[in-house]
Design a binder for this molecule. Structure first.
Ligand SMILES: Cc1cc2nc3c(=O)[nH]c(=O)nc-3n(C[C@H](O)[C@H](O)[C@H](O)COP(=O)(O)OP(=O)(O)OC[C@H]3O[C@@H](n4cnc5c(N)ncnc54)[C@H](O)[C@@H]3O)c2cc1C
Ligand SMILES: NC(=O)c1ccc[n+]([C@@H]2O[C@H](COP(=O)([O-])OP(=O)(O)OC[C@H]3O[C@@H](n4cnc5c(N)ncnc54)[C@H](O)[C@@H]3O)[C@@H](O)[C@H]2O)c1
Length: 582
């Protein structure tokens, strides 16, 4: 996270300027190289072959195609839980990340809403509000199947050829795709239409409800693709004992690596008993008592989900405060709010081992801040949310001469191009900022570089992000710590208050807002919020920060009353001055 945030904030104007001055030179260089690689009568099957149809791969592929390139993308067969042989068009965000996670957050929020409504005079007869976990999981699965089909339609409509199977780079211009036979009985029940979308006629059935939100890259397909029933899995090839048969090679002028990442598990005894976010989204029932290891985005989001569903949640993390890399005050305030919301926070603690009890429940041994160990017992689940690693093993990249980083990430330049000129990489696999909109931006940049001969650099300045924990957190620009290092003198504006809704609802949660201003230029260089609707509020302010709004300009904006958001334009008094010399 630190790396990600530093990179987001650390590529400001000076870097962009350097990039721009080089752009013209590179533009010429790129064209030369591309046409040279295609020269000498060399014939390619595709202008671009993408490995991985997640956020970055779909975006890069379909835009390259729309710019006139001949494009194919390969993707593993669908499953809700990913592995070396399972994935699905849509990728992590759609199938195992942003979308199912947010659906879970929505489901869990109702628990708070039912409670809060009583402060406003509502009475819920005993037993009136019960939750069907399996009903919810089924609804979620149905939606993911629909999205999987819709994304396939998007590729089809964009004239991108979809090849199902595991991709591997053979050399600078060759990709081999191995068909994965679906021989897992556990998978067949959850296998959605593998081929349905590709074969689907232009959909005319009812559009989804207008309240549906469109995940990225669906465009018209989102509105027209109806839910489809899951057909049976394809029959296994005859006389085959191996799950992998038939590798087919494709020659491509350019190859785009967009294989994303996978959960990283700690190497502790009993790790095999632990779940990751993949399984957490597919549990047969909601745990009553759960330990979540780590305190990054995934840890605090799932801790909030389980806790709102009524579970006793223990969050175990190494740092004194959760959410390393975020603004210090935000981290402190968030920790207080998490505790107020019912989480048991085990800060400065390290998980030692996990074991199964005689009653089938789990025990977790934890080493606390004082070095002493204690044991959490009777846990239904232990969830490891301890980061994600690039999914590059066995991808053939080293053999093809591609430079790799120490964490297995693909090393790329500012254009997302590797040291092998025909191979590009975007998204989580380059380990810059692991967010869907960033993967989309990078995919788009590669599409322009490759298909339009317009070398394009993704712009990482002021990338906003949100943590869908309870309460929500959203941020754009620099933390106070980063800003102090970069600008020296700062004016800091903060406010903390009980939102109007909570004055009556009885919820103990408060809201925190912070504006970080570069004292010399009076530009707003960071905005942070902990509280309800933080993500929705921050998206708009991100525009202002990105275009360089000053504090005076922010103050000149008329508020929307009554709202929490208006506080951002009414913070008139400096809370604190940070001065280099002090
Ligand atoms: C639980 C969770 C919640 C998240 N929530 C958010 C959020 O709220 N907001 C946000 O912005 N980001 C969120 N993220 C991060 C976001 O999902 C990723 O940053 C994003 O999906 C990265 O896109 P990508 O294209 O790099 O990779 P992916 O979306 O992971 O796509 C890679 C694709 O490549 C396929 N693949 C891998 N290897 C091969 C191979 N050899 N051959 C063929 N195909 C292959 C995979 O099956 C996969 O479909 C979340 C992530 C997780 C895990
Ligand atoms: N709302 C969102 O936008 C969202 C949601 C989920 C995930 N994501 C993205 O996915 C990425 C991965 O999420 P994540 O939460 O798994 O990663 P993360 O890097 O945010 O957090 C990893 C956590 O694991 C801990 N950890 C790592 N190694 C450890 C070790 N050896 N021992 C103990 N603890 C250890 C870290 O201290 C940290 O608390 C994020 O960086 C984020 O970019 C975004």
């Amino acid at each position: 996270m630190n790396v990600a945030m530093n990179l987001a904030q650390g590529l400001p104007r000076h870097c962009l300027k350097a990039v721009r001055t080089r752009s013209a030179r590179l533009q010429r260089g790129l064209c030369t190289r591309v046409s040279a690689s295609a020269g000498a009568g060399e014939q390619y099957d595709f202008d671009l072959f993408t490995i991985g149809a997640g956020s970055g791969g779909v975006r890069g592929s379909r835009f390259a195609s729309s710019y006139g390139a001949k494009v194919a993308v390969c993707e593993l067969p669908f499953d809700y839980i990913s592995s070396d042989t399972k994935g699905g068009v849509g990728g992590t965000c759609v199938l195992r990340g942003c979308v199912p996670k947010k659906l879970m957050v929505y489901a869990a929020e109702y628990a708070d809403d039912f409670k809060a409504s009583q402060g406003f005079g509502w009475t819920l007869p005993a037993g009136a509000a019960t939750h069907s976990w399996t009903g919810f999981i089924e609804a979620k699965r149905k939606e993911l199947q629909r999205l999987n089909g819709a994304y396939k339609n998007t590729l089809k409509n964009a004239k991108v050829e979809l090849v199902e199977g595991r991709g591997r780079v053979v050399d600078a211009h060759t990709v081999e795709v191995t068909f994965i036979r679906d021989d897992s009985s556990s998978v067949s029940s959850s296998t959605p239409p593998q081929a349905a979308a590709a074969a689907a006629p232009a959909a005319t059935a009812a559009a989804p409800p207008s309240s549906s939100f469109p995940p990225p890259d669906l465009d018209g397909a989102w509105l027209t693709a109806p839910p489809r029933p899951a057909p049976p899995p394809p029959p296994p090839p005859p006389n085959s004992m191996s799950p992998q048969v038939d590798g087919k090679r494709y020659r491509a002028k350019n190859i785009l690596i967009a294989v994303g990442g996978k959960p990283h598990k700690l190497d502790i005894p009993g790790a095999e008993l632990c779940i990751t976010s993949d399984e957490a989204l597919e549990l047969p029932e909601c745990p009553k008592k759960v330990a979540v290891l780590g305190s990054g985005y995934i840890a605090v989001e799932f801790a909030g989900i389980f806790s709102r569903f009524g579970a006793e949640v223990h969050t175990v993390y190494r740092q004194p405060l959760p959410l390393r890399g975020f603004d210090g005050e935000v981290r402190k305030f968030a920790a207080e709010q998490y505790a107020a919301a019912g989480l048991h926070l085990h800060h400065s603690s390290n998980p030692v081992s996990v074991s199964k009890q005689a009653n089938g429940k789990l025990s977790l041994v934890v080493k606390g801040p004082d070095g002493a160990t204690s044991t959490l017992t009777d846990l239904d689940q232990v969830m490891m949310a301890t980061g994600r690693v690039p999914k590059t093993s066995g991808l053939g990249l080293e053999e093809a001469g591609v430079k790799m980083g120490s964490k297995g990430q693909v090393v790329v330049d500012e254009y997302c191009r590797t040291n092998v000129p025909s191979i590009w990489a975007v998204g989580d696999v380059i380990d810059r900022i692991q967010l869907t909109p960033v993967a989309l931006m990078e995919g788009m940049a590669v599409a322009k570089s490759v298909a339009l001969n317009t070398p394009t650099v993704p712009d990482y300045t002021a990338v906003p992000s949100a943590v869908f924990s309870n309460p929500e957190i959203a941020t754009v620009g620099y933390s106070e710590e980063q800003a102090a290092e970069k600008f020296g003198d700062l004016d800091i504006y903060t406010t903390s208050f009980k939102p109007m809704r909570n004055t009556v609802s009885g919820s103990p949660l408060r809201t925190f807002m912070k504006v970080v201003v570069d004292a010399a230029s009076q530009k707003v260089v960071g905005m942070h919020m902990v509280g309800a609707e933080a993500a929705e509020i921050m998206q708009g302010f991100a525009v202002a920060v990105k275009v360089g709004v000053t504090k005076q300009q922010l103050d000149s904006v008329v508020g929307i009353h009554p709202s929490a958001a208006e506080e951002f334009v009414t913070m008139r008094t400096v809370s604190r001055q940070v001065r280099k010399s002090a």
